[in-house]
Design a protein around this ligand. Structure first.
Ligand code: ATP
Length: 323
């Protein structure tokens, strides 16, 4: 092993830069050369490579986003695209690659490693925290705190004006961000894709509010809860309860940005170093994870196929506390 590549792929997440820094410096400490692949798999196909020295990753640990930029690449999904990517890696003398991204990015890496002789090690970087085999994904904690800060502010208006706010948070398939931010904000109802029974809780809350004239509250809606998200939901609620002042706030991309929390930086750093160790140890097609505080290695095929467990207990706690 002489030269490794590192890249970020899929949605950006705060802490990706801390991971790039750790991978680069751990590799250099082990006498490896490092190439940064810009714009994910698309940059790999186009040979958009830059050498990374230790000084290139200084002053980035506290920055959100990714200095290597990121992309979604349709071309990489085709055998022709992956052949071009392989040629580019060969031409640059890259023997192994660290991929920082979500399950889509790992699926791409697994596919390519089955077709060509190249080792990939993954680091989970996504604000959804929806990857099997790891307690943390980089960026989740920062996003969670961003949601909580935003909802606290919305609560002020909700209470002052007696409004019900439907706050839409990211999570197309996973409701973890919604569930935990809802707990942290004391949301009256939390709607997540994993549990449809929460719609009964919403109905009970709306009926109760009408009777008691308590007409303010926060309903957290994971974007994947139902087609049309919070906007559609608010429309339905307005029809059934014209007496209520229902507003919608879609938090959108503020959830992705910002300076990573201390834990996101620490986890990214630990996983970055562990990824280089794994490559030096001839590992391939595995993701580095953190399980009960310890670094673990999870085969890609498990990380991308199995579901991240959903904490039903948290949902029960939320229901009990919102009597
Ligand atoms: P996030 O969780 O933030 O969305 P992700 O890594 O899951 O991150 P995706 O857009 O699903 O994001 O995947 C990133 C890229 O990985 C895709 O744009 C594509 O280039 C590649 N990829 C995903 N799935 C496959 C696949 N089945 N075969 C080949 N490449 C794939």
């Amino acid at each position: 092993l002489r030269k490794i590549g590192v890249f970020t792929s899929g949605g950006d997440a705060p802490g990706m830069n801390a991971a790039i820094r750790a991978v680069t410096r751990a590799a250099i400490a082990n006498k490896l050369k490092v190439t940064g692949i810009r714009r994910g798999y698309q940059g790999m196909i186009e040979g958009d490579f830059i050498p990374l020295r230790s000084s290139d990753v200084s002053g980035i640990i506290q920055l959100g986003g990714t200095i290597l930029r990121t992309a979604r690449s349709k071309e990489f999904r085709t055998p022709e695209g992956r052949e071009k990517a392989w040629q580019q890696l060969q031409n640059a003398g890259i023997d192994a690659v660290v991929v920082i991204g979500g399950d889509g990015s790992f699926t791409g890496a697994l596919t390519m490693s089955q077709e060509y002789n190249i080792s990939f090690v993954g680091i989970p970087g996504t604000i959804d925290n929806d990857i099997y085999g790891t307690d943390y994904t980089i960026g989740y904690e920062t996003a969670l705190n961003s949601v909580v800060c935003a909802v606290d502010k919305i609560r002020d208006t909700a209470v002052s004006h007696g409004r019900i706010f439907m706050v839409e948070v990211m999570g197309r398939e996973a409701g973890l961000l919604a569930l935990n931010s809802g707990i942290a904000c004391g949301a009256e109802v939390i709607l997540i894709p994993e549990s449809k029974e929460q719609h009964d809780a919403l109905k009970r809350f709306l009926d109760k509010g009408y009777k008691r004239k308590e007409r303010s509250g926060i309903v957290i809606v994971a974007e994947g809860d139902e087609p049309g998200g919070a906007l559609k939901l608010a429309e339905n609620v307005r029809c059934e309860h014209p007496e209520l002042d229902v507003r919608v706030s879609i938090l959108g991309h503020i959830q992705r940005g910002g300076s990573p929390t201390a834990n996101d930086r620490i986890n990214a750093t630990r996983m970055g170093v562990a990824a280089v160790d794994a490559l030096l140890d001839d590992q391939k097609s595995i993701m580095i994870g953190i399980d009960n505080g310890r670094i673990v290695q999870v085969p890609f095929n498990k990380a991308v196929k199995l579901n991240h467990s959903f904490d039903r207990e948290l949902l029960e706690i939320q229901k009990m506390l919102n009597i």
